[in-house]
Structures are given as C-alpha cells and as structure tokens.
Design a protein. Sequence first.
Length: 391
Amino acid sequence: MGNSSLPDSASGFSLSLYNYHYLLLPHAPCSNLTKVGSADCFLCFFGVSRSSLDAGKIKIGINGFGRIGRLVARVALQSEDVELVAVNDPFITTDYMTYMFKYDTVHGHWKHSDITLKDSKTLLFGDKPVTVFGIRNPEEIPWGEAGAEYVVESTGVFTDKDKAAAHLKGGAKKVVISAPSKDAPMFVVGVNEDKYTSDVNIVSNASCTTNCLAPLAKVIHDNFGIVEGLMTTVHAITATQKTVDGPSAKDWRGGRAASFNIIPSSTGAAKAVGKVLPDLNGKLTGMSFRVPTVDVSVVDLTVRIEKGASYEDIKKAIKAASEGPLKGIMGYAEEDLVSTDFLGDSRSSIFDAKAGIALNDHFVKLVSWYDNEWGYSNRVVDLIRHMFKTQ
C-alpha cells in the first residue's frame, strides 16, 4: 500500500492505494465534523465510524487503582483488542491518579501516549477518554453506563463471590478477581482456562505465585508424575508490608520493617495449585520468604516424581513446553541471570535451568522466576481475552 496524506482541509485529501491516486471530497455526513476532509472524513466516506472500529474490542473497567490495577491498565492500553473505558477508586483524586499512573518507580514512566486530565471525571490517554469514578460501594458503580463489560476487581477487598457480584448490579457482565478467592472458581492461563464456561460470571485469576508454580507443576506432572512436593517462594515486598516496624495483629512477623528483614510468611499458592490441577490436590504445600526487593520473585519447587528422570530429561521437557503449548506463559533460561533481569517479563514462569538440582532420578529441586506484578497483570488481561472468546 502506498502512502496517504490526510491534511485538515475543507477541499478534501488525496489517497494513494496500490499506486492509484484519488482525491476524496467531503460530503454531506461530514458537514458537522470539526475537521472536514480529515481522517474522520475518510472513514465517514466509506460509511465507517471510529466507534464501529472499537466495537469488537473487549471493554474493561478496573476497580482499585493500586499496583495491579495500574499495571492492568498499562497492559490494556497497549493492547489492540482491549479497551480501558473506566476506573473506580474512592481514595485518590483524578489528578493524583494521573500522577501515579504516569510515574512508576519499578516499571518506569508511561511513554506510550500522553495522559492528561480532561476534568474530575475523565482521563485522556492520547485522545481516548477513560471515565473515572470514586465510589465506595461496588453496587453503585455505573459500569454499564461507561460501557465496561469486564471488571477487574483489584482492591483486594471484594475477593469472594458475593462481594464481587456487586459489580454485576452496576452493569458489568463478568468480574475477574485479581487475587485468590475462597469460593470463586480459579483459573490459571496455560493450565486450566479451558475449563471455563460462559455461564460463569465471577472468576479468580489466582495469585501471582500460583501463576508461576502451576505451569511448572503441570509440565512436571504431565511428563513424570508428581508424588508430593514442597514449594518456597522468595517474594518481593508488597504494599501490605510495613516500611518500619508496626502493628500487625494477625501476622506479627509481617509487621516488621520490610526493607531490613527477610520475613517468613504463609502462602496458599501451593495448595491452590490443587484447585487448578485436581490431580495435585493434597500433594503440594509451601511457604514464603518476603525479601527486601521491590519486584520479581522466585519459586523453589522440590518434588518427588513417580517416573524416574535425569535433570537433563526434566530440562528438555520444560524447554519443549516453553516453546510449544506454554509459549508466552512458561519461559526457559540457561544464562546466569538474577532477579532484576526479569523486570518487565510478561511470562508467568521462567524456569532457571542452571539453578535447579537433582538428588537422584526421583527427587529434584526446580527454580522458576516471575515478575509478580507485570507477568500477573498480563495474565489478568489474557484471562479476560479467553472469557470473551468463550462467550
């Protein structure tokens, strides 16, 4: 296709297609457009509106503009098939929301489009408006009016089915909880998303650690059979921790200064694998160490396998999966990498071939990295894509 020029001229514009040249003149439907003879006029000439071009996009809203909420927004805004139409957060003003989105200590400045404050209820990403609400009660958020069909529940508060269902009353069609849930069905992309059916309106994307562990466990179990196993995640700091020692009645150790301590903690990530891979129910459990880094975590999975295999055999199976059915979800690395090398990695789980070790052909330790913020946020959007295709 040749070049085209679209000047803002009332006399029309020229278009070059396949080396043929045309002069397109404005016509009656364009008379009320601000820029007659512009690209909008070109679309109108062929009976196409900008809104119709966006009609096939997946329209999402985000409740809670914290770490995951803002990163899901970044993923959505960089996706051709997803449109962010609304954000709700009652605790921050729209101008502060703009600042928090634009500048990120870990993931850097937002550089993909200008972000401006149109008014107290609208953000502009380039020329794309995003409606902003500040409503505490999820039942009262008018998602339907904003056009949001899929809502990402990322407050960390409304994590069970009944609470998350409040979004449906505001016009949302589906809700994806960006956290583990005690009663909503959990799905891990690459592992069990094929079990999703269109009649399910509320789902959980599980945790970032489960998203790292489950693909690795699936590959090992499918190829060699997991008899039992223990997992440890060495996990970066999260927003729930304290900058200095402070009260934490339910988790005394969790109240200690995050930047000065390695803090043992509990996690349900390993047990949750049994929910997405029923064959492993009751076979895995684990714990966590919170460490003084701001992002990127690593899973240490130690398992006893049924079918004897050398460490080389295990590496080959994981590499094959990373290049085949789990491409984009599972990664494979043989270089001498450290945690910051995985910042911004969109994959759920990157196996470190050099870091693992086998005691014998039935007992092995496997190591896999994950950007617990960016990788997880990408999976939230991927799960929404799958739900959209399944409807």
